[in-house]
Design a protein around this ligand. Sequence first.
Ligand SMILES: O=C(O)C(=O)C[C@H](O)[C@@H](O)CO
Length: 257
Amino acid sequence: MNGFKAAISAGGTTRIGLWSCLADPVVAELLSTTGFDWMLLDGEHAPNDLRTLMAQLQATAAGPTQIVVRPPDGDPVRLKQFLDIGVQSLLIPMVDSPEQADAVARAVQFPPAGIRGVASQTRGGRWGTVPDYFATARDDICLVVQIESRTALGNVDAIVSTEGIDAVFVGPMDLAASLGHIGRPGEPEVVAAVEHVAERAHAAGKPVGILTVDEKQAARYIERGFDFVAVGMDTMLLRGCASELRARFALEKGRDR
Ligand SMILES: O=C(O)C(=O)C[C@H](O)[C@@H](O)CO
């Protein structure tokens, strides 16, 4: 059973997540104690590889936070490796067409329906201890695709309805850039596009998620019924808290004695 897939599919509430880019098992374990429903380990814009990801999966396995992993792309060989190290929820970036959605859906499915290379003596197969692994593995996977371009917007209905796609996720930064508003995900045209994707996902019966570090935007998307929303990023939190602490002492030093 995939706890993340069950949670985001249950409806009725928004699962709050955190974006992790520090690519470290100590950080991942620490963050998994902070109460977030889910946490994204980024392999697209952060220095994660198979070893760092597996270490973070191991470090967070005992905690309640559901882990989602983003590979740098939808390469089927890499998806096979990610599943074999025990990734159960995947967020695939830059999916622009139903053909791409179908390709990643087939990449996480064993033959004959899919093309995933067959192995069960892996961490993903719990080292060969899952008795009916080949029959049940796909049910334990949550496959989420990112809609984050003008092209993807034009194909949104075909993408969200592609068989094997469990949920969709809007990448507001890349979508803003694609729409001509780079660095401005709060532009009305971008927000409207984000909410259109959500409406089309729900029309197709699929959960929809997003990342925004703008708390007002997060509140708006939660109110609009997004099923999973990441509201912060570990790199930003760490740097922000550290620089604020330093600034407070700088103010202390400047104070008249
Ligand atoms: O386009 C987006 O926004 C995302 O997909 C999330 C970003 O990649 C994330 O790394 C923050 O910039």
